[in-house]
Design a protein around this ligand. Structure first.
Ligand code: PGA
Length: 243
């Protein structure tokens, strides 16, 4: 099994910087990892060919669940397929908290992504108050139940992203991550679970060394090829050691 290392560029790296990233990452050997980049929609067509040449898959950070029609500002799954996307991020905490996405909508999106034959990465995780009150498992279980209602999760990748660790420089300790990952796998059965929240070259190895951590979802540190590659290397090393 190879480590799954994904970069969520969020609202960064438009066509010009996005292309420069792919031009630069060319020089690094990536074969021993499964690498996915989630660029902004507008960047996707500009980097598709370069990504393909390098064996990097592309994902969308969001998608609408309806097929087509009068939905100003939205992007359909069919459009994403035409653009060569393989993965779709669903329910990122920024979508939930800034854009008010509900678990019901996330459930509709997940169903639509699977119907379209694309691979969803579902983000779940507790906020600081929930963690401090000892309600982490309860929150994660609630999100899994609601978001995956009516879905067999075999083809869903789960990203455990504690909200208090996203973009804050605070990472969950490897033990904290491992505990929740083990819980998710026990709860859902055989699914892949990756960790996200301030993953950096310095902490990537100890996180991916945990038995139930199958990879990482990286925000800030995925914007530059050098730091992203260091994270990939850390994952390759950790997976070799895990056997
Ligand atoms: P971060 O973001 O690595 O910048 O904390 C992770 C994410 O939101 O997916």
């Amino acid at each position: 099994m190879r480590p799954f290392v994904a970069g969520n560029w969020k609202m960064n790296n438009g066509p010009i910087r996005g292309k420069a990233f792919f031009e630069e990452i060319k020089k690094f050997p990536l074969e021993r990892a499964e690498v996915v980049i989630f660029p902004p929609f507008i960047t996707i067509p500009y980097v598709k060919k370069l990504a393909e040449e390098k064996g990097i898959s592309l994902g969308a950070q969001n998608a609408y669940w309806r097929k087509e029609g009068a939905f100003t500002g939205e992007i359909s799954l069919e459009m994403l397929i035409e653009a060569g996307v393989d993965y779709v991020l669903v329910g990122h905490s920024e979508r939930r908290n800034i854009f008010g996405e509900s678990d019901e909508e996330i459930n509709l999106k997940l169903k639509a992504v699977l119907r379209a034959g694309l691979r969803p990465v579902l983000c779940v995780g507790e906020n600081l108050a929930e963690r401090e009150e000892g309600r982490t498992r309860e929150k994660v279980r609630f999100q899994l139940d609601a978001d995956l209602s009516g879905i067999v999760p075999t083809d869903v990748i789960i990203a455990y992203e504690p909200i208090w660790a996203i973009g804050t420089g605070k990472t969950a300790t490897p033990e904290q991550a491992e505990e929740v990952h083990a819980f998710i796998k026990e709860y859902l059965g055989n699914v892949r679970v990756i960790y996200g929240g301030s993953v950096k070259p310095e902490n990537a190895h100890s996180l991916m060394a945990q038995p139930h951590v199958d990879g990482v979802l990286v925000g800030g540190a995925s914007l530059k090829p050098a730091s992203f590659y260091d994270i990939i290397l850390a994952g390759i090393k950790a997976f070799e050691e895990k056997g």
